[in-house]
Design a protein around this ligand. Structure first.
Ligand code: HEC
Ligand code: HEC
Ligand code: HEC
Length: 346
């Protein structure tokens, strides 16, 4: 018998009804305890690997970021290790009973390319519990995590613990341990990608912490770090951090350049870029933070985020987005190196 349009219509109605009936009867097992059939398991992994491969086609990895290990390790400790474990930190039994089980990453990262890892870290894996990055706009943070994942197979428990814990013993003026792992005990340490906190105004620090918590300043790392802090906690922290003495030294990650670049003192009228020092002088105007002594890499990264309209921030961040919109890459490098090369106390 030749199928008639009528039959096709019946089948089109019957198929979803049958599927609904099977689901309603409750005969499809959703328990995790018995695992998948070997064939299902194979198929799911095959589908996942193919999907990640296709989605990351054409994506090329940028050069690895400088000093990304510590901030990425700090994020890994709270954001990833509870599921995947870490060197010296086993996965708890409850996690080992998840389906699929989050793998020990040190043994699997070698099977993925950098672009594929970046894709997984930014987008997560549907139906598995593997979450997406807390802030989808921060592709650069995803690359920091990829650099950490690449280093992971060679990290022994001692080195991992060193990366996650604040260096040295707490001195007198100290940050809470939860912050000191990345920012140092005094708010003056930190690697190339982590800003110095000591020396900023209470208003700027408060506005920044609130902006991370509300999601109006893009950063998966800091959004995770402020989770669980109430508005009062953030106000208290801002007051405490603002009281920390700024360092005497220029950021150690860069050489001082003597002459300020023209963009800092005069701006550029043709493209409407205002002089940086008109807002970032002393005292700073309308919520503008101190830039002196910040790591050059950090400053340049923030400027690119402003220019791309991604950074966000407190109530005055719009002024800065405008100021950065006409900046060229070489201007960003030069002005960042100049501010980084000056001591925070100048
Ligand atoms: C809630 C638990 C959970 C958290 C938190 C989590 N993951 Fe996963 N992750 C998983 C699961 C489950 C899989 C397994 C997917 C599969 O095998 O199908 C996975 C897979 C992965 C993979 C692919 C490994 C492979 O070969 O299957 C990478 C890479 C990865 N996660 C990195 C991370 C990073 C980096 C973080 C932190 C930013 C993180 N994960 C946070 C549960 C988690
Ligand atoms: C896992 C590492 C890590 C931890 C833990 C961490 N931070 Fe951060 N912090 C960073 C990074 C990286 C940035 C830059 C984020 C960005 O791009 O906006 C940052 C930015 C900041 C800023 C903005 C500074 C500026 O110049 O704009 C403040 C304020 C801050 N952190 C305070 C804290 C406090 C308070 C804690 C503890 C509750 C904390 N951080 C914990 C890594 C960390
Ligand atoms: C009209 C005032 C204004 C001008 C001009 C201006 N800025 Fe800003 N800038 C701000 C404000 C306000 C912020 C804080 C935004 C926020 O996070 O809420 C800021 C933030 C920044 C930050 C982020 C610092 C950190 O700790 O995260 C950098 C870097 C920066 N400015 C560099 C520059 C440079 C370089 C120039 C010159 C090309 C410039 N700014 C010109 C007002 C200005």
């Amino acid at each position: 018998m030749k199928p008639r349009p009528r039959h096709i219509l019946y089948a089109a109605i019957a198929a979803p009804v049958a599927a609904l009936l099977v689901a309603w009867l409750g005969v499809i097992g959703v328990g995790a305890a018995s695992g998948h059939w070997a064939l299902t398991e194979w198929f799911l992994h095959f589908a996942m690997r193919s999907s990640v491969r296709t989605a990351s086609l054409g994506e090329t990895a940028p050069p690895p970021p400088t000093d990304a290990l510590r901030p990425a390790a700090g994020h890994f400790a709270t954001g990833c290790a509870p599921c995947h474990g870490a060197p010296g930190v086993p996965r708890p039994p409850s996690v080992q009973a998840m389906l699929p089980t989050p793998p020990d990453l040190a043994s699997v990262v070698g099977t993925w390319s950098d672009a594929e890892l970046h894709r997984i870290v930014m987008h997560g894996v549907r139906f598995t519990g593997m979450p997406a990055w807390p802030d989808p706009a921060r592709e650069d943070e995803g690359w920091m995590m990829v650099a950490f994942l690449r280093a992971l197979p060679d990290l022994d428990p001692r080195r991992y613990a060193e990366l996650v814990a604040p260096p040295g013993a707490p001195p007198e003026d100290t940050l809470p341990a939860a912050c000191a792992g990345c920012h140092g005990w005094t708010g003056r340490d930190g690697d190339a990608q982590v800003p110095r906190l000591a020396g900023q105004s209470e208003a700027y620090l408060r506005a920044s912490l609130d902006a991370y918590a509300r999601g109006t300043r893009a950063s998966g790392v800091m959004r995770q770090a402020v989770t669980g802090l109430s508005a009062d906690d953030r106000a208290t922290l801002a007051r405490m951090l603002a009281a920390l003495p700024p360092g005497d030294d220029a950021s150690a990650t860069t050489r001082a350049t003597a002459e300020p670049p023209a963009i800092a003192t005069r701006g550029r009228s043709e493209t409407g870029v205002p002089a940086c020092l008109s807002c970032h002088g002393r005292p700073g105007q309308a919520g503008a933070p101190r830039l002196e002594g910040q790591p050059a890499d950090y400053l340049a990264g923030q400027l690119r985020l402003f220019r791309d309209g991604v950074r966000g921030g407190g109530p005055y961040a719009g002024l800065m987005t405008q100021a950065a919109s006409g900046l060229e890459d070489d201007e960003i490098e030069a002005v960042s190196a100049w501010f980084a090369g000056r001591a925070a106390r100048d």
